[in-house]
Ligand binder design. Structure first.
Ligand SMILES: NC(=O)c1ccc[n+]([C@@H]2O[C@H](COP(=O)([O-])OP(=O)(O)OC[C@H]3O[C@@H](n4cnc5c(N)ncnc54)[C@H](OP(=O)(O)O)[C@@H]3O)[C@@H](O)[C@H]2O)c1
Length: 222
């Protein structure tokens, strides 16, 4: 399979790269500015592509294959740590996080969808349970919650719009994972999260259109 992964230089993105390379797939690993963990991988099936998802111009003319079996929109930011409550959240932080976490995946899909349609492929959008209104019992975290909620909604629209064209779309929650984003806290490691999410992706047809699914296969209300 030809697989494109954004935010692939560290954390969950790097875990996805390692998983699919170990299965023998061809991986186009997109990184924003630094190769980080990608530099340590020796594989002729790994192709690195510079991509900042926050800019319209940056997603154009990407050096990826004509036929893409799987796109994983993984790149994301949390926004200011400790500065996302009702009193401290700023317009700038709201817009920055929304631009990367919600508009970013949309930009990438707009650019690559014809290549995914050609393969009859799939798209996995990595959101977060923090974007579930149903799950929000603690409030706060305005920017990250709103951006990830927006991603769940646009991912559902993508699922509806692309189904007639033979493309499957799913929205995923990785769990609470030990990465830089969680300051290496978390309940599970990257390998556990990626093993679960890739299993869900491999069973994408088991799920209803546009469902939001956790790494353990459970459907999350949103
Ligand atoms: N870890 C968790 O517990 C958890 C839970 C729920 C959802 N998620 C989601 O899972 C995804 C991966 O998270 P993670 O924990 O692996 O986070 P991470 O370790 O902080 O990695 C984030 C990745 O996104 C990339 N990125 C950030 N802004 C970008 C941009 N403008 N363009 C392209 N790439 C960009 C980063 O690249 P740089 O190295 O260049 O910054 C990095 O590769 C995110 O969407 C996150 O919201 C994570």
């Amino acid at each position: 399979m030809n697989i494109v992964i954004t935010g692939a230089n560290r954390g969950l993105g790097l875990g996805f790269v390692q998983h699919y390379l170990s299965k023998g797939d061809e991986v186009w690993a997109c990184y924003r500015s630094s190769l980080d963990g990608l530099a340590d991988i020796q594989s002729d099936k790994l192709h690195t592509v510079q991509l900042d998802v926050s800019q319209d111009f940056a997603v154009k003319d990407l050096d990826v294959p004509e036929s893409i079996d799987l796109l994983i929109n993984n790149a994301g930011i949390y926004g200011p740590y400790g500065g996302q409550d009702l009193d401290s959240i700023t317009s700038e932080a709201m817009l920055d996080v929304f631009n990367v976490d919600c508009v970013g995946p949309l930009r990438v899909v707009q650019q690559l969808k014809d290549r995914i349609i050609q393969a009859g492929g799939a798209i996995a959008n990595i959101s977060s349970k923090m974007g579930s209104s149903d799950d929000n019992g603690s409030g706060g975290t305005y920017a990250y919650r709103a951006a990830k909620a927006g991603l769940i909604i646009i991912s559902k629209s993508m699922a509806v719009d692309l189904k007639p064209l033979g493309v499957s779309v799913i929205t995923l929650h990785p769990g609470w994972v030990t990465t830089d984003m969680t300051h290496q806290s978390g309940l599970i490691d990257v390998q556990t999260s990626v093993a679960g999410m890739t299993d869900v992706i491999s069973r994408i047809s088991d799920y209803e259109l546009g469902q939001f699914v956790a790494f353990d296969g459970q459907v999350i209300p949103f």
